[in-house]
Design a protein around this ligand. Structure first.
Ligand SMILES: C[S@@+](CC[C@H](N)C(=O)[O-])C[C@H]1O[C@@H](n2cnc3c(N)ncnc32)[C@H](O)[C@@H]1O
Length: 279
């Protein structure tokens, strides 16, 4: 299936207003980290004290463009002791049409501990908040995000003694511990996904951008929450990781990015592997 992409240049709030209601299945995005990183030459970043008031109108627009049952996966991380991400999260429910669906932990496998942090711990994980529009999901790609069983589980399954010593959580064919009839299942497609993603930070300098997603991050959420042929949105598209992954997976993609230099990267990146595009 041919997947298309659109890359819009400009401010996320203004550009989102140009998109029709209920036209996006899944939004995966990582907004600017307060004032931590400079992306371009303009007045960059958003101060922690005004962050919630800045992003909530954007989240309301995202909610408007999502289909009923659509999903927003929001990678929103703090900066030092600032609690602006938490201030945002508690306002999402009351101020948008979105409901918290999952809390996902992105563990930055192989993160390089740089610099002297005194008595502070090295930050090696980031939260990804998953919000749903409406009472239930429109789509859940459960099989696409399955993970391998632990080798010990597979060995125990081969010996036929998975049930021994285990309790709880029955009735799921994918679950290896089925006690009722002493039959053990190990789903050949893997175990159900957990709410932790291990993904090394992007090291390559090929796509010049200071804060790129590893591809595993958008891939997980797109496969989980956007049906094949559906539409994925990233209103802070940066180098276009979400768009490149979405089109590769047979989903249409829309990206918004403030800086022209990164929009050029998005085109370069998406055209490299896909040949249908739209501007
Ligand atoms: C954390 S980065 C996203 C990186 C992206 N996930 C990737 O893999 O390349 C945030 C991006 O938002 C852009 N940005 C900042 N303010 C914006 C705004 N008001 N509207 C649209 N984009 C904005 C920045 O230029 C930056 O590229």
């Amino acid at each position: 299936m041919l997947a298309t992409y659109r890359a819009l240049t400009g401010d996320a709030l203004e550009q989102l207003r140009s998109l029709p209601d209920a036209s996006v299945h899944c939004c995966v995005t990582s907004p600017p980290y307060g004032t931590l990183i400079r992306y371009g030459d303009g007045a960059d970043g958003v101060a922690p004290e005004r962050y919630a008031d800045w992003i909530l109108p954007i989240l309301r627009e995202i909610a408007r463009v999502l289909v009923e049952g659509g999903v927003l996966a929001l990678n929103l991380n703090g900066q030092g002791s600032a609690t602006y991400p938490e201030a945002v999260i508690v306002r999402v429910g009351p101020e948008t049409q979105l409901t918290l669906h999952e809390r996902v932990c992105w563990v930055k496998a192989n993160a390089v501990p740089v610099g002297h942090r005194g008595s502070r711990l090295i930050p090696e994980w980031e939260p990804i908040w998953v919000f749903r529009k409406g009472p239930r999901l429109a789509y859940f790609g459960r099989d696409a995000i399955r993970r391998p069983y632990a080798p010990a589980t597979v060995r125990r399954a081969a010996r036929g003694n998975l049930h021994r010593g285990r309790r709880g959580n029955h009735g799921d064919q994918a679950h290896p511990y089925v006690r009722q009839d002493k039959v053990e299942f190990v789903n050949p497609a893997g175990r159900d996904a957990a709410n932790v993603i291990w993904a090394a930070p992007e090291q390559s300098s090929h796509w010049k951008h200071p804060a790129r997603f590893p591809e595993a991050i958008p891939q997980f959420f797109i496969q989980a929450y956007c049906p094949p042929g559906g539409v994925v949105l990233d209103p802070f598209a940066g180098s276009g990781t979400t768009l490149a992954v979405a089109t590769r997976l047979g989903r249409h993609a829309i990206g918004i990015e403030l800086y022209e230099q990164y929009v050029r990267t998005i085109h370069e990146r998406c055209r490299q592997s896909h040949w249908v595009f739209d501007v």
